[in-house]
Design a protein around this ligand. Structure first.
Ligand code: ATP
Length: 355
């Protein structure tokens, strides 16, 4: 069992703190994606797990063993980078075989078997004898994946492997990645700034912000239940709406709420309150009812992946609304929105508060 424990890691570059007392556990056999905006520390964390970077303090444990002081070569991790190091004059099969040759316990027959298995998983049998320099970026990256996992190290680290791969090849690469993951059940940490990729690949997403973990959980949990405004804003296309809310006489009012909500116990009157709701959770109709809040359509709808995205001014806030059908009214006209009660999330000073 090889889980990865990151225990109170601090990493500074000069006066800048890249990782700020960060702790997290990546479970055995799961795919964890490190997701977050540029500069939040994803690559630094991955490099510390790999042993390519030394933390200022804190520990890294693999399956309970403290590897903090161990060199990369002694950590037995496979790695795939944005720009894979490959041997252009060797064939696909030879590139996959190379790291296996470094392990004396694997004999020639076993090497051959593993290379064949890898070519099979990657759907690259036809390219076994092709030279790396003749492959496109996507196929090269597939070979890099094969090479990283063929040794069956229990931990494999990926740093933005699809960044330089064009869209079609990216899908193929992701498919190959999923097959590898299902077949080999290694513990995988995968760095990406692409939320769709993280949503597709991850068992768990670690959402990072400014050197810390903002939230860690399954993709649907992060999407539906953000623990902070940051998660609501960062995930989604576009991200969550936030409308101001006020606390008074034990209830919370907001232009997005058709009825005031009972305030949770202990909510501070001084906290900045917002109601968060995702654009696709809001329904839109031309007529008012006792379940609707009124607004004015302020933007032409644009199509996104078969849906319509528009904006509605509800007073004090302009909310994005994503619907399956075109808006029922024209720009400048009144429209009525339904925000389901269980979809309205409360945040106090940017952090989720229970409702
Ligand atoms: P990106 O998605 O842009 O790759 P990231 O989340 O992977 O971002 P890191 O590469 O981990 O971010 O960098 C985190 C912060 O640490 C950044 O502000 C970066 O400039 C800084 N940093 C990283 N490596 C070094 C270094 N060797 N020297 C100085 N600063 C560094």
């Amino acid at each position: 069992m090889t889980d990865i424990v990151v225990d109170r890691i601090v990493k500074r570059f000069g006066a800048f703190t890249a990782l700020d007392d960060l702790s997290i556990r990546f479970a055995d056999g799961e795919v964890a994606c490190l997701l977050g905006p540029s500069g939040c520390g994803k690559t630094t964390l991955m490099r510390i797990i790999a042993g390519l970077e030394t933390p200022d303090s804190g520990r890294i444990l693999f399956g309970g063993r403290d590897v903090t002081a161990k060199a990369t070569s002694r950590r037995n991790v496979g790695m795939v980078f944005q720009y894979p190091v490959m041997y252009p004059t060797l064939s696909v099969a030879e590139n996959i075989e190379l790291p296996l040759r470094q392990d004396r316990s694997i004999d020639a027959a076993e090497r051959e078997r593993r290379v064949a298995e890898m070519l099979d998983i990657l759907d690259m049998r036809d390219l076994a004898n092709a030279f790396i320099e003749d492959l496109d970026a996507g196929s090269r990256q597939k070979v890099a994946v094969g090479r990283a996992v063929a040794r069956r190290s229990e931990i494999v680290l990926f740093d933005e492997p699809t960044t330089n791969v064009e869209v079609n090849a990216k899908l193929q690469l992701i498919r190959a990645f999923k097959t590898v993951v299902q077949r080999l059940r290694q513990t995988i940490v995968y760095v990406t700034h692409d939320q769709t990729e993280a949503m597709t690949l991850a068992d768990q997403i670690a959402l990072m912000r400014e050197g810390r973990i903002s939230q860690y959980g399954p993709p649907h949990e992060l999407y539906n239940n953000p623990s902070a405004e940051f998660g609501g804003w960062f995930l989604g296309n576009p991200g969550m709406n936030f409308a101001p809310a006020v606390l008074g006489e034990g209830v919370i009012r907001s232009p997005l709420l058709v009825e005031p909500l009972t305030a949770p116990a202990g909510l501070s009157g001084r906290a900045k309150l917002t109601i968060g709701v995702r654009p696709e959770w809001i329904e839109m109709q031309a007529t008012a009812s006792n379940a609707t809040v009124a607004g004015v359509l302020v933007d032409q709808a644009i199509g996104i992946a078969g849906r319509y995205l528009t904006k509605v001014d509800v007073g004090e806030a302009i909310v994005k609304v994503k619907t399956n059908a075109r808006p029922p009214v024209a720009v400048g006209e009144r429209v009525h929105l339904i925000v389901p009660r269980d979809r309205a999330l409360l945040f106090a000073d940017g952090q989720r508060a229970p409702l």
